[in-house]
Every structure is written in structure tokens, then in C-alpha cells.
Ligand binder design. Structure first.
Ligand SMILES: *[C@@H]1O[C@H](CO)[C@@H](O)[C@H](O)[C@H]1NC(C)=O
Ligand SMILES: *[C@@H]1O[C@H](CO)[C@@H](O)[C@H](O)[C@H]1NC(C)=O
Ligand SMILES: *[C@@H]1O[C@H](CO)[C@@H](O)[C@H](O)[C@H]1NC(C)=O
Ligand SMILES: *[C@@H]1O[C@H](CO)[C@@H](O)[C@H](O)[C@H]1NC(C)=O
Ligand SMILES: *[C@@H]1O[C@H](CO)[C@@H](O)[C@H](O)[C@H]1NC(C)=O
Length: 348
């Protein structure tokens, strides 16, 4: 009798302990899940409520952005919550005492050949004259599963892909601006400078570092090829209707082919992005953000956003030359490197 009670008692204690262990494990798992939830979601939920109409003035014009018009014509741009599906490796960059220069490169999942060429040339994670250069491709989704698999494969191999779950599309490029600002604000402690460009161009990291050392001291100045009060196009790929934007002029903005901005400005650009409507042309949108954030510009002709005929000495000074496909890029890069080597300026 006593032995049976004793055995039951032991059994009860045993099952109770097991239940407690399971419960503790569950609580632990849940707390881990909560801890690992991307902080982005929380931040975006609290701040997206503030995106609203705005009247922005640059002294010459006042630009009225009517949120209800943007909401009805481009609802997705206004309401999308940035959700990352692939994230770049950050260890080498964050653990580095050197100032970081991010090369943020807009790319389409189908453009594997372009990414391969820029990785062989200028988009490499290396030190350039005291700066730690970190390339990051900004990519969205497509319906083509082969392209999506390629991107996932590249991400594993190179750790240089930042991907969100919206679909690639001309107007959706503005989401790459908005979500990249959010990602930098939340995920990176400090970056010195960001170069924003495309995957079909020649970029010169060495010249960019020289440029930063010479002209990059202002925390509120953006650098690039300045488009001054461009006329609004009502037809073509860049068409914007009078309903959504009645004014015939844009504020100044930097051509999207390649521009440069200090890490200190990211916080203010990101704050602006939470407040004003998302404009469906990415470079114009960035101009509105800069205006709302009260940032200034420095124009430099060495941002060759309309291309440049090949000349080794001009390409050594160029910061960026837009519109160069993969095969030509590799040829040009090789020629410029060998010209630099001959002149004793060091080689990559
Ligand atoms: C912007 O200006 C227009 C016209 O002056 C005015 O009707 C509107 O209320 C203003 N909007 C904001 C958000 O200040
Ligand atoms: C904004 O657009 C709505 C229609 O979507 C219109 O009713 C309203 O008057 C506009 N507001 C301004 C200030 O233009
Ligand atoms: C933008 O992305 C959304 C969601 O993926 C998609 O429905 C929409 O068609 C895209 N817009 C453009 C202009 O491609
Ligand atoms: C914008 O910046 C300028 C200096 O660049 C400053 O004088 C001005 O007060 C600022 N305006 C606002 C609204 O912050
Ligand atoms: C290349 O540009 C330099 C000036 O930047 C010029 O002196 C030289 O003649 C050019 N070379 C060719 C082949 O056009």
C-alpha cells in the first residue's frame, strides 16, 4: 500500500516537473520569438499614421502634395509596410573601425549578369583609402521563380542583397528609397556616407572617397547631378498626371543615375518619409524628402548621369558614369586600372 502511494507520488511529481519544463520552454520560445520579431514592423505601425498632405516651399515655388490624390492613384506606395525577405551580411561592416561607405545599388532580380559584372569591378567589400566599402543590392520580388532562386543563391554566396516583398515596377522604385532609409535607420548604427546608384554603370570608389574627403564635411548636404526645377512630364515613362500633381515644376532633385549623401542626413530623410506622400518617381521623391528635411545640395559635373565617351583619364576622375552594360563595364574597368597602375597610383 505504502509503496503504491509512494510510487504514485513520485509519478505525480515527475509529470508535474515535466509539465513545468514544457511550460518554461514554451515561454522561453515565445519570448525569443518576440525578441526576434523585426523591429521595423513596430516602428512603421506607429509612424505610418503620420503620412499626410504637405505644402513644401523652396522660396521659388510651393509644392502641394495632396495625400488623398496620392492615396487614390498610388495606394500601394502610401500604405506598404517595409518587409525584408533577404538581408545582407553586416558583420565585417559593423565590426569595422573604419568609416563605412555603402554602395546601395538598385537592381532587378533578372539582372544577374549586371550584378556579376559590378561585383567583379567596383561593388566589392574592401577597404578603399581608409574607408570600408560595402555594396548592397536593393531588390524586390518578381513572379518568376527562377529569378527569385537566383537572388537567394547570390545572397547566400555574396551576402550583399537587401530584398523586400513588394513587386518590381517602375513606380515601386520609390519604395526602395523609403524602405532603404528605414533599414539604414534601424539596422545600422553609423554609416559615414551612402552612394546610391544603378547596376548598369561605372562607379569609381576611389574617386568617391577622394570626393568625400574634399567636399563631404557638411552633415546636411547631398551631392550629385542637380536637376533644377525640371518641368513635369505629362507623357512618356515619367508621366505624372495633373490630377495627382498639378504644378508644372518639380523642386530641385539629384538625378537618380548616381548620388551621394552623408549618414547624418538619413535620420532626417527617414523622418520626412514618414510624413509626406510617396511620389511615384524615385529621384523626384528623394527631392521632396530632401526639401521636407531642409537639406542642401552640391552639384558636381563628375556625376556623369548621362554617360561619357571612354577616355581613361576622364574615367579616372569620374565618380559615376551611367548607362554601361556588363561587358563594356569590365573592359572599361580593366583599362582604367591599367592606366592607373602605369601612373603609379596603385591598383585594385
Ligand atoms: C496647403 O495649401 C493649400 C492651398 O493654400 C491649403 O488649402 C491646404 O490646406 C494646405 N495644406 C496643408 C497640409 O498645409
Ligand atoms: C485634395 O484632393 C481631394 C480629392 O482627392 C480634394 O477633394 C481636395 O480639395 C484636395 N485638397 C486640396 C487642398 O487641394
Ligand atoms: C508594386 O508592388 C505591388 C505589390 O507587390 C504590386 O501589386 C504592384 O503591381 C507593383 N506596382 C507596379 C507599378 O509595378
Ligand atoms: C533650413 O536650413 C537653413 C540652413 O541651411 C536654416 O537657416 C533654416 O532655418 C532651416 N529651416 C527650417 C525650417 O528648419
Ligand atoms: C582625354 O581627356 C583629356 C582631358 O581630360 C584630354 O587631354 C585627352 O586628349 C583625351 N583623350 C582622348 C583620346 O580624347
Amino acid at each position: 500500500m505504502g509503496a503504491i502511494v509512494h510510487r504514485r507520488f513520485v509519478f505525480l511529481i515527475g509529470t508535474t516537473l515535466v509539465s513545468i519544463a514544457i511550460l518554461v520552454t514554451r515561454i522561453w520560445i515565445t519570448s525569443q520569438e518576440i525578441r526576434h520579431q523585426p523591429r521595423t514592423q513596430h516602428l512603421d505601425l506607429t509612424l505610418s499614421a503620420f503620412r499626410d498632405s504637405a505644402n513644401l516651399s523652396d522660396g521659388l515655388y510651393t509644392y502641394h502634395l495632396n495625400m488623398s490624390q496620392f492615396q487614390s492613384d498610388f495606394p500601394y506606395l502610401q500604405t506598404y509596410k517595409c518587409s525584408v525577405t533577404l538581408t545582407p551580411q553586416k558583420e565585417q561592416m559593423l565590426g569595422n573601425p573604419k568609416p563605412v561607405l555603402i554602395m546601395a545599388i538598385k537592381s532587378h532580380p533578372r539582372s544577374g549578369a549586371r550584378r556579376s559584372a559590378v561585383r567583379q569591378t567596383w561593388a566589392r567589400e574592401v577597404e578603399v583609402e581608409g574607408y570600408w566599402v560595402k555594396p548592397i543590392f536593393l531588390i524586390a520580388h518578381t513572379e518568376v521563380s527562377g529569378q527569385m532562386k537566383l537572388v537567394a543563391l547570390e545572397s547566400r554566396e555574396f551576402g550583399d542583397i537587401l530584398q523586400w516583398d513588394f513587386n518590381e515596377g517602375h513606380h515601386n522604385l520609390s519604395l526602395k528609397e523609403r524602405c532603404f532609409l528605414e533599414w539604414v535607420t534601424i539596422e545600422l548604427l553609423h554609416v559615414e556616407f551612402i552612394f546610391k546608384g544603378d547596376d548598369d554603370e561605372y562607379v569609381n570608389p576611389k574617386a568617391i572617397v577622394h570626393y568625400i574627403k574634399e567636399h563631404g564635411s557638411s552633415p546636411n548636404t547631398l551631392h550629385g547631378n542637380l536637376q533644377c526645377h525640371s518641368a513635369v512630364m505629362r507623357s512618356s515613362k515619367y508621366a505624372i498626371s495633373k490630377t495627382v500633381y498639378p504644378l508644372h515644376k518639380y523642386p530641385n532633385f539629384l538625378s537618380g543615375g548616381g548620388f551621394l549623401f552623408p549618414g547624418t542626413s538619413v535620420k532626417y530623410l527617414h523622418e520626412a518619409a514618414q510624413k509626406i506622400p510617396v511620389f511615384p518617381l524615385d529621384d523626384v521623391y528623394f527631392g521632396f524628402l530632401a526639401l521636407a528635411a531642409n537639406l542642401t545640395y552640391r552639384h558636381d559635373r563628375r556625376f556623369y548621369v548621362w554617360g561619357l565617351a571612354f577616355n581613361a583619364s576622364k574615367y579616372q576622375e569620374a565618380l559615376v558614369v551611367h548607362g554601361i552594360g556588363p561587358e563594356l563595364l569590365i573592359k572599361i574597368w580593366t583599362k582604367v586600372q591599367s592606366a592607373q597602375c602605369k601612373e603609379g597610383q596603385g591598383c585594385w
